[in-house]
Design a protein around this ligand. Structure first.
Ligand code: PMT
Length: 397
């Protein structure tokens, strides 16, 4: 469950910070990529050098990296990098600041920027832990869907005995794995997702393409992998990082995408075609760069294979989900594609809706199913759109 996941460990100023070295090691052993962010107070208990050596990554502490050169650490990038954020140990003070939304340290600003599941493992003296303020703060975090990893009972740094000891590193990793298992609703499913544009060569330096950035397809791959599916992503030419846990094949043209899809199709349970595949290719691409000798030029195009249509005609057990990008008569056109390509559902997005379609971080969709059911959603981040699409797919499965 943790293999290839980006784990961000946030260490705050408790004597239990020494255990963060063991937490890093446990996650690394499970195949996770670990980065560490610390408060200044945490550095009194364990050095950044120890944690950077164990995590094999630089440790983040301050906003400014090199004041003379004006280089700064980017908390937003770090927050978005994380698939999971674990605050361990979490002091009473840092828990209060997580609740109030303070951003007066790099760690807190990163927490506010993270979109991933967050875990908080408290560590403090028993009376601090029992105090109404701490308990109320933990309840608020729970309401906000932060998972609390309960501290253990035992001898504390003060010499007193009670609840407040940081959970053991193995327990912290187990709590995270249990959470992932719990949300792994697509655990045994193999999902093929296409993303991005295709480029159809005109000559060695030019191509016919479209505006697809791949963001929609990559968001689907990310969310499907988070739900435990085994994800095969077939990507056209895009500049995006592969989401963790996703297997990626790069292609350039529609022909290459078709070949790659055909090769994987037999072993797949669900296909989601989010790619913007070129309908036509140049019949005879020039072998050398075309010179601008005449005032006009004509290109002869021939039809590419319709990949979804082929899949619709050859499917056995597979669930087929298409996308429809429309500019007019949206519902009618999407319905036509749903029926002619023998799809189980089609995701309609229209360029008439601001913030929807190509290259934006957001999309606005309707999902049409073959039983004439249609659900429409408001404009959302593509990660949340992917969640809606996968919720519908889970119901169809
Ligand atoms: O990548 P982004 O910048 O995030 O943008 C996302 C998106 C707008 C590209 C995406 O949301 C989307 O709508 N993808 C499908 C675009 C498209 O090609 O739509 P279409 O209506 O032309 O095609 C209908 C369906 O047939 C699509 O699932 C398409 O993948 C598939 N198709 C099309 C042509 C072809 N030769 N073979 C196909 O399989």
């Amino acid at each position: 469950m943790l293999n290839g996941k980006n784990v961000l460990l946030a260490v705050t100023g408790s004597i239990a910070a020494y255990k963060s070295a063991l937490i890093v090691r446990e996650f690394i052993k499970k195949g996770a990529n670990v980065k560490v962010v610390m408060t200044n107070a945490a550095c009194d208990f364990i050095t950044p050098l120890t944690l950077s050596t164990l995590s094999k990554n630089p440790v983040f502490k301050d906003f400014v990296k090199d004041s003379e050169k004006g280089v700064w650490n980017n908390h937003v990038e770090l927050g978005l990098w994380a698939d999971l954020m674990i605050v361990a140990p979490a002091t009473a003070n840092s828990i209060a600041k997580l609740v109030s939304g303070h951003a007066d340290s790099f760690l807190l600003a990163t927490y506010l920027s993270a979109r991933c599941p967050v875990f908080v493992a408290p560590a403090m003296d028993l009376d601090m832990f029992k105090h109404e303020s701490t308990q109320e703060n933990l309840s608020i975090l729970t309401e906000r869907k932060v998972s609390i990893i309960q501290p253990e009972y035992g001898e504390l740094a003060s010499g007193l005995e009670g609840e407040g000891r940081l959970a053991e590193p193995e327990q912290i990793v187990k709590a995270v794995r249990d959470y992932l298992l719990n949300i792994a609703t697509l655990k045994d499913k193999r999902i093929l997702i296409t993303a991005g544009p295709t480029h159809e060569s005109i000559d060695p330096v030019r191509f016919i393409g479209n505006h697809s950035s791949g963001k929609m397809g990559f968001a689907l791959a990310k969310v499907a992998a988070e739900r435990g599916a085994s994800v095969q992503l077939i990507a056209g030419p895009v500049v995006l990082d592969t989401p963790s846990g996703v297997d990626r094949i790069n292609v350039t043209s529609a022909k290459e995408m078709f070949e790659a899809v055909k090769e994987t199709f037999a072993n797949i349970d669900v296909v989601i075609m989010a790619a913007a595949v070129a309908d036509y290719r140049v019949k005879s691409p020039a072998l050398e760069k075309i010179k601008k000798n005449s005032s006009e030029m004509e290109l002869l195009l021939e039809k590419n294979e319709d990949i979804l249509l082929y899949l619709g005609n050859n499917k056995k057990h597979q669930l087929l989900i298409g996308f429809a990008l429309e500019t007019e008569n949206e519902i009618k056109n999407a319905e036509k594609k749903l029926i002619s390509k023998k799809l189980d559902a089609i995701v309609l997005n229209s360029l008439k809706n601001k913030g929807a379609g190509f290259a934006t971080d957001t999309n606005q969709i309707s999902i049409l199913q073959k039983d004439n059911k249609m659900i429409s959603f408001e404009l959302k981040h593509k990660n949340d759109v992917a969640t809606d699409v996968l919720d519908v797919i889970e119901k169809l499965l």
